[in-house]
Ligand binder design. Structure first.
Ligand code: AMP
Length: 534
């Protein structure tokens, strides 16, 4: 057929060029761990990224090689992403909160060639250096505080002029690598392509998702090592938004930076928001009047959403996972949302939402047969689409999907006839009582609405009659004196009687994974010896 359209590869470098050419003066502001503020913009980020690419070539990094980072959120980390990817290397973010053995496993499995690290993590690097089998160069992102003999980012870039042309290639080439946090077994690598990352970032800026434009100023509290900060460093560049990054994410620094930089948008896991509100209760210092916050990574508790909305903030709930780059679903607020009662709004926001264009989802039973979207039947949630995993990195055992590309998320969910999904649990965390399922997530979220409860975790323990029964482990708010009977009375009004925990245990704190999720395996170990009677 004669006629057609231009064939431009969807490469990450095109995002950087767009941001620098069209929104070059728009700010990229970083606060480093020592409190130093660095003001840059998209044009300067491109210049530095080009110098970074030149430095990588000088170090002998070849296209496809893995360049790793062990770093918090800041401009130099963003430069390392665009710079390494711009010369066709694969940027691998390592989560510094993982155990030593996991960091060593991940770096060796990825065959990382270069490691860039924050001075704050120099001790980890020094300790693990002898165990890294493939890393040839260690570079500190800070000017000092590095391990002995290691180069610094500033010295590396100072030798380059930025006169560099991005490498070209196929849009299906890999660009980033990120390992799942893996609560059981070895972490698994998810290898993103230029194409999947660009399409994901385009979906991310939509009004129904992050809602970014050139007038937005976004501070991703979510770390760059947690599924690429949910793609925000790419989405912000496409939108021409101002990007504010902080290497520390305690509530005091967050509130201060959000105010000083007039942040309008933010994204974080629920524990971060809970910390901000606890800080507000203690000090009277509240987050500024943000336009929009996105909560994801774990279910957003109703009480948290309510409080943020009371501050005039538009809240969206996001469900995703590393294997989805990570965006899967976002709150589906219809045309009538504003006129709904607060209770109805909160009911809607308790759902994880609908898929954007680019993701398809369905629920299936144990045999893989599709289940109805009736808002009541729950089943295993499966997804597919151009930013969903096909196969784990270097996994010889075969694809991670079935013949029709459906990826089983390991989550249990319902879907309403309107296409709105709600996560009920992880398949492995669901509590199986008398042949029926109890959602640990629902128990936890409802418990959080009880006065005096700071955090709660539900796990199933073996039971002689019912197979499993729930127990709830509760952390009290500072100074609170909430008792078992108070929590049970609160829950009785909100869940079925047979869902009520058999036991409520109080603890000083709960264990979390490196990305802030409740570590249920550790909880089962600690509390597994409690015996429940018939
Ligand atoms: P990760 O790949 O480490 O980010 O973990 C992905 C998992 O986190 C998902 O499979 C869900 O179980 C959980 N998750 C993420 N977002 C949410 C959410 N909004 N509500 C409930 N669970 C979530």
């Amino acid at each position: 057929m004669i006629g057609g359209m231009q064939d431009f590869a969807l490469r990450i470098s095109s995002i950087m060029d767009h941001a620098a050419n069209e929104h070059g003066a728009r700010g990229v502001v970083s606060r480093y761990a020592d409190g130093q503020i660095e003001r840059s913009n998209w044009a300067e980020i491109r210049h530095d990224s080009r110098r970074f690419a030149q430095a990588m070539e000088r170090l002998g990094v070849k296209p496809g090689d893995r360049v790793a980072t062990l770093a918090m959120n800041h401009g130099r980390h963003v430069v390392s992403w665009y710079g390494a990817i711009g010369m066709s290397a694969v940027l691998h973010t390592i989560n510094p909160r993982l155990f030593d053995e996991q960091i060593v496993f991940i770096a060796n499995h990825a065959e990382d060639q270069v490691l860039f690290y924050d001075a704050a993590f120099a001790a980890i690097v020094e300790r693990l250096k002898p165990q890294f089998t493939t890393i040839r160069h260690f570079v500190c992102l800070d000017d000092n505080g590095q391990c002995s003999d290691d180069a610094t980012y500033a010295a590396l870039l100072a030798a380059e002029d930025g006169n560099y042309v991005w490498t070209t290639g196929d849009e299906r080439d890999p660009c980033m690598l990120c390992y799942t946090s893996g609560t059981t077994g070895d972490p698994k690598g998810v290898l993103f392509s230029h194409r999947s990352t660009v399409l994901h970032a385009l979906a991310g800026i939509q009004p129904a998702c992050l809602g970014l434009g050139p007038d937005s100023c976004i501070l991703p509290v979510v770390p760059q090592f947690h599924v690429c900060a949910w793609g925000i460093p790419f989405a912000a560049a496409i939108a021409g938004a101002k990007l504010v990054l902080s290497a520390t994410n305690d509530p005091a620094s967050m509130c201060e930076l959000m105010r000083a930089e007039k942040v309008t948008h933010s994204a974080a896991v629920p524990t971060v928001w809970l910390g901000m509100l606890a800080y507000a209760d203690e000090t009277g210092i509240t987050p500024p009047p943000l336009e929009k916050v996105v909560i994801g990574g774990s279910a957003a508790p109703r009480a948290l959403v309510d409080r943020l909305m009371n501050m005039g903030i538009s809240v969206s709930h996001l469900w995703g996972m590393t294997e989805l780059s990570p965006i899967g679903t976002v709150s589906r607020k219809g045309h009538d949302f504003a006129s709904m009662s607060r209770e109805d709004q909160l009911d809607l926001l308790a759902y994880q939402g609908g898929v954007p264009y680019g993701v398809e989802m369905r629920i299936v039973d144990a045999d893989g047969a599709a289940l109805p979207r009736d808002g009541a039947t729950s089943g295993r949630l499966q997804v597919r689409g151009p930013w969903v995993i096909e196969r784990y990195f270097r996994d010889e055992s075969g694809p991670a999907v079935d013949a029709d590309n459906w990826f089983d998320t390991g989550d249990v969910a319902i879907i309403t006839p309107e296409g709105v999904m709600q996560i009920k649990d992880r398949v492995k965390d669901v509590i199986k009582s008398g042949g029926e399922w109890i959602s640990s997530v629902t128990l936890e979220n409802e418990a959080l609405g009880c006065a005096g409860v700071a955090e709660a975790a539900a796990i199933g323990l073996p039971h002689p009659k019912w197979d499993e029964r729930p127990i709830l482990i509760v952390v009290r708010k500072d100074g609170a004196d909430v008792q078992e009977a108070d929590v049970l009375a609160h829950l009785s009004a909100r869940v079925a009687k047979w869902w009520l925990p058999d036991r409520i245990v109080f603890a000083d704190s709960l264990p979390h994974t490196a990305t802030g999720k409740l570590l249920k395996t550790a909880l089962r170990e600690t509390y597994g010896t409690i015996s429940l009677s018939a």
